[in-house]
Design a protein around this ligand. Sequence first.
Ligand SMILES: [Zn+2]
Length: 345
Amino acid sequence: MASPLSIGITRDDRFLAHQTGLSHPEAPARLAAVYRMLDYEFAAVFAERTPQPATLEQVEALHTPDYLRMLLATARRRFTNLAADTTASSYSCYTAFLAAGGCLGAAQDVLEGRYQAGLALVRPPGHHAQADKAQGFCILNNLGITALELIKQGLKRILIVDWDLHHGDGLQRIFYDSPQVLYFSSHHHHSYPHTGGWEEAGAGQGAGYTVNLCLPPGSDDNDVVTLYRELLPQVVERYQPQVILVSAGFDGQRDDPLSNMSMSRAGYAALAALLADLGPLGGGAPLMLALEGGYDPDQLAACIRSVLLALLGEQTMLERAGSERGAEMAEQARAVHRAYKVWVD
Ligand SMILES: [Zn+2]
């Protein structure tokens, strides 16, 4: 058993105040289940951090003034439709600033060495949010705001790993031209938002710094963990990230209402173990995971429990993974990326 990491957890009951309406999958019950699990299973195990909201200046570094004006106005109404699938209650704007600030604070914590790994258990999620609009249940782009602020503070190489079922089109677009963020996403290509094809690899100075891995429906732990184990060590070795941020969505879990994949908690635990090995456990960059999707509250809590146990050193299936389909996908990614010579020649 590997030695455990020191872990800081960002949580706050104010995240439950973001109401999305009856029967919306991105419901407060998600985080309520996760927090309950933490209290039952990990009481006093982790340091807990209370988030601060992001400042207007930090949010304005990414989002447009027109969008922010419209978003701030939602605080005066009981309910606003921000997009076909994204709603805001009167507390949602504040909660969105708190989620972005919570992710930023958790990243700063690990960069300052307060903990080796951080877990920001926030909502609303962020990876679909664009500069000028909310979408895909996301209001502010939490990790986009975090990365931009870290770049402003002097960081030059930030790795964002996005293992949510869906492609983080917001994150991809924000950093598509930038070598300062290497965006590495696995997702089901034929699900919302239908972006993130193999050939989308970045542009200009950022050419080769966007890595898209399109998973077929039904992909399981073995496929996904094999794919990550084939590619990520090389990406980390070549890119030498100063921090690893994770868009940690758990909607690829087989029982998730939005899932068309067959992952289980064991697969997510193995991905977390791999990132810990490549990051803080191996003497590399600190690690911060931010919650994105995952819409069955009990399964979400179970997945996060397994991720935490993996970070605490519990054995995972990482070493046992061996899938032909995963290896083929890894070769497809290398074939696309050899031309850019960023992480593979
Ligand atoms: Zn998702």
